[in-house]
Design a protein around this ligand. Structure first.
Ligand SMILES: [Zn+2]
Length: 285
């Protein structure tokens, strides 16, 4: 067969080979382009996870980020991870569109009977349903986190769960460069983690004691309670058995404070105020 195909075409042989070559290259380029396009389209980074609402039994598909699509880009000092490609935080909250029950996906099934009743009583009758686009953005993420927070409040969830949701909302506002709302939610998160630190068992939200101490220190720093932040960081630096990684983080943030306070003179009044009202000072002095 081969002989038949090529016989009599010797003079055209080179041209043909060139063309074949170009064709192959084109094919490769097309392949690369289509792969780029695939990565550009966030829909290709998502899949539908099957979920069953523990409140009303409704079965639904929740958008979830493929594990292969996670690209860590940068860590902020309060444990916020910035991702390239797609932001997994946008998809962290699952919502049952039938009854309005909403929670972070890791907590979605963690609900007790009395909490189911509270959702049935206080969320479901008011829920009107909400259609979301296939791909979520930061505004949608804020709305979904707030819904989860409202559910947590209604079902009397652990303080730490509410604090973590507030922290997530603060991070979303940070992405929007909305400092006012970021501060509002950082303060709520700080209040919650202070409370959880005293009253809940570790790990809290998957964090060990020293990580929570670091986070509380950093939330104090970010909300302007510098003296309080310094107390938490110093405690971490001087306590034996604290993992080196946490000690290093605490040292870094203490250095940031030093740098900033040498730039800006803080007024005596506000320093006194922080000392008086500080959580750390109340419990550790
Ligand atoms: Zn439901």
């Amino acid at each position: 067969m081969k002989e038949n195909i090529f016989s009599g075409l010797e003079d055209l042989g080179f041209d043909n080979i060139d063309e074949v070559d170009i064709f192959n290259k084109k094919k490769e380029e097309e392949k690369e382009n289509s792969q780029e396009k695939k990565e550009d389209d966030p829909r290709n980074l998502l899949y539908d996870a099957s979920a069953t609402c523990p409140v009303c039994g409704n079965k639904f598909q929740a958008k979830a980020v493929k594990s292969s699509a996670y690209r860590r880009q940068k860590n902020d000092s309060d444990l916020f991870v910035r991702y390239a490609l797609i932001n997994p935080y946008f998809y962290e909250v699952w919502i049952c569109n039938a009854c309005g029950y909403s929670a972070m996906k890791q907590d979605f099934d963690k609900i007790r009977d009395y909490q189911i009743e509270l959702i049935q009583e206080k969320i479901a009758p008011k829920w009107q349903g909400r259609r979301y686009p296939e791909v979520y953005d930061v505004e949608i993420a804020i709305e979904r986190y707030k819904l989860a927070l409202l559910n947590s409040v209604v079902m009397e969830s652990k303080t730490s769960r509410k604090a973590l949701t507030c922290l997530r909302i603060a991070w979303m506002y940070r992405l929007q460069l909305d400092n006012k709302n970021e501060q509002l939610f950082l303060k709520q998160a700080l209040e919650g983690f202070n409370d959880a630190y005293m009253n809940e068992d570790f790990p809290i939200c998957g964090m060990d004691k020293y990580t929570v101490m670091y986070l509380i220190g950093e939330l104090n720093r970010r909300t302007g309670a510098i003296d309080e932040a310094n107390l938490w960081f110093s405690k971490l630096i001087t306590t034996p058995n604290v993992p080196q990684k946490i000690k290093d983080l605490a040292r870094d943030q203490r250095d940031v404070i030093k740098e900033e306070t040498s730039k800006v003179e803080t007024s005596e009044d506000s320093t006194e105020e922080t000392k008086k009202s500080g959580f750390f000072s109340r419990f550790f002095k």
